[in-house]
Design a protein around this ligand. Structure first.
Ligand code: HPA
Length: 273
């Protein structure tokens, strides 16, 4: 299916504004103050945060595409929070490894900004480099190392990434759950999992978590002026950290097992954001 973002001459921000207008039209909600991208294991949080006002297939919104992976849902939802604000829940993430280019990867974030969101919550399922993080452990993202060799920003767009993962929001998350640890997320392109040597490299570079999303989206969110909260669900020990081989099925199962607990946690955090 044709995606307008694939046209090199298109303005991705104009398409994000169109997408936001479509969402406002279809949900009847003019402004979404908070937005969330829900990765593997996090999908149920949407139900716990509040009442779903409307849910639309991502394919009906300009620039979005159907998810390529099982375990990722392809909808965009508007959720009414108890205090009257609205959250935009993006269940359709496009990964860099799908090969559709970085504009598509960050389109959800740009759409959220155009829909009025000041806070972007990015969640994911990821591999843990610290051996004491068992599958099912949620970890706050304190910073990232972007190993994708690309950026969502085009041209001479110099954006400050100091405090990219808001210290204020991490503090707020810890006020909900004081035992939350934090770590540095290393984004690889994927879709293959890392080799043990790459995981050792990531650790040497200061990384604690490895995954295939989030960093590029966080950069786009900051560029759009949003405050970013990043949370990883450790679904497995990174390659070579544990003795087991990695499998997508195992990643999904760890997500399913942890879902009730981490979804509740996320809902409580969003209430206070
Ligand atoms: N590496 C990269 N991405 C992942 C992993 C991993 O170990 N687990 C879940 N997503």
């Amino acid at each position: 299916m044709h995606n307008p973002l694939d046209d090199a001459a298109a303005d991705p921000f104009a398409i994000a504004r169109e997408a936001a207008e479509r969402i406002a039209e279809r949900t009847g909600v003019d402004r979404h103050e908070v937005a969330l991208t829900l990765g593997s294991g996090w999908a149920r949080a949407a139900e716990l945060m509040g009442e779903t006002v409307a849910e639309l297939p991502a394919t009906e919104i300009p620039g979005f595409s159907a998810p390529a992976v099982t375990g990722h849902v392809g909808t965009v939802r508007s959720v009414a929070l108890p205090d009257g604000r609205h959250a935009l829940v993006l269940g359709a993430r496009t990964h860099l490894y799908e090969g559709h280019g970085v504009r598509r990867v960050v389109h959800g974030v740009r759409t959220a900004a155009a829909a009025g969101a000041r806070v972007m919550v990015l969640t994911n399922g990821a591999g843990g480099i610290r051996a004491h993080w068992r599958p099912g452990t949620p970890v706050l993202i304190a910073d990232h190392v972007n190993l994708t060799a690309t950026s969502p920003l085009e041209g001479a767009t110099f954006v400050d990434l100091t405090d990219l993962y808001s210290a204020r929001l991490r503090e707020l998350a810890r006020s909900v759950e004081p035992t939350l640890e934090e770590g540095v997320y290393v984004q690889f392109r994927g879709p293959h999992y890392e080799t043990p040597a790459e995981v050792r490299m990531a650790r040497t570079l200061g990384g604690d978590i490895v995954g295939m999303s989030t960093a590029l989206e966080a950069i786009a969110a900051r560029h759009a002026g949003m405050e970013v909260l990043g949370v990883s669900l450790i679904t497995n020990l990174a390659a070579g950290i544990g003795s087991d081989p990695l499998s997508h099925a195992e990643v999904l199962q760890a997500g399913r097992d942890a879902e009730p607990v981490i979804s509740r946690l996320l809902a409580r955090i969003v209430e206070r954001v």
